[in-house]
Design a binder for this molecule. Structure first.
Ligand code: PTJ
Length: 253
């Protein structure tokens, strides 16, 4: 990893890039993951690189839903694994939701590398690749018979739209983390967290620490009146408002 001075104004953003490049070198992150990250960075930029109130709301509902679930699972791909490994392990432990490696650019070798990387942070990882989600033709169809295959709620960070659709057809509740509120995944999911994974997972840990004391009735109340379309509308409007603000600032220069 190259040395990035802490004084650099985009220090955190550059560190994320370095982690992903290292991930590619280690055979964990797909090359295409770098492109996907660039798209995410762009949406994060126009959202002001912060967690908005609509994202906090979705994160709270997501945690409540996972605490209510019988068999919640956290799906992990090559980007997520290198960006927030320790946080994923922590969230998995608090929610009692196993991590399952599930990738679009599939190879047994890559799945093994991601699993070993997560295990080095103390995770128990499902990576059996012994079952298939009917209705999908690409690598994401290959799942673990003890995990996503039988899960009732699946958390899917940085997803591609068609698996989200298939998970829904298999009767599962889907929680997506996606900075693009216009993506197919964002529209298909039951709960869409429009936030950067590097903020969303720590936020969810904080919420889970608070909510794990709650009883089912309290959790059900949080989930009950949630409207994902309204959350997406607010996310698109936040982008619009932020851009309007930036345009005004340019006039004042
Ligand atoms: O590891 P694999 O083989 O499963 O491949 C992973 C990628 C990400 C390459 C694959 O799932 C893919 O191609 O995804 P897409 O279709 O490009 O979608 C990724 C979505 O995640 C886009 O809408 C991005 O805006 C969003 N995104 C990227 N980085 C982040 C993000 N959302 C939240 N946090 C991020 N850091």
């Amino acid at each position: 990893m190259i040395m990035i001075p802490k004084s650099h104004p985009r220090y955190h953003s550059l560190i994320q890039r370095e982690k992903l490049v290292e991930g590619v070198k280690k055979g964990i992150t797909a090359m295409q993951g770098l492109i996907a990250h660039g798209r995410g960075e762009m949406f994060d930029y126009v959202l002001g690189e912060k967690t908005h109130d609509f994202a906090w709301e979705a994160e709270r509902v997501a945690v409540a839903m996972m605490l209510l679930a019988k068999r919640p699972v956290i799906s992990v791909n090559g980007n997520t694994a290198v960006l927030v490994p320790e946080e994923l392990v922590k969230l998995s432990n608090i929610l009692n939701a196993p991590l399952e490696v599930n990738v679009f650019h599939f190879s047994v070798e890559r799945v093994r590398r991601i699993a070993e990387y997560l295990e080095s942070f103390g995770a128990k990882v499902l990576a059996g690749c012994d079952a298939e989600l009917k209705g999908l033709e690409h690598g994401r169809r290959i799942v673990d018979s003890r995990g996503i295959m039988i899960a009732d709620v699946v958390l899917v960070p940085l997803e591609d739209g068609d698996r989200c659709e298939v998970l829904k057809r298999h009767g599962k509740m889907v929680i997506a983390i996606d900075l693009n509120p216009l993506s197919r995944t964002a529209r298909m999911a039951d709960v869409t967290i429009v936030d950067n994974i590097i903020r969303a997972i720590p936020n969810m840990i904080e919420i889970a620490e608070e909510l794990r004391q709650s009883n089912r009735a309290e959790l059900e109340k949080i989930v009950h009146s949630y409207d994902n379309r309204e959350i997406l509308r607010r996310a698109v409007e936040a982008i619009r408002d932020n851009l309007t603000e930036k345009a005004k600032e340019l006039l004042e220069l």
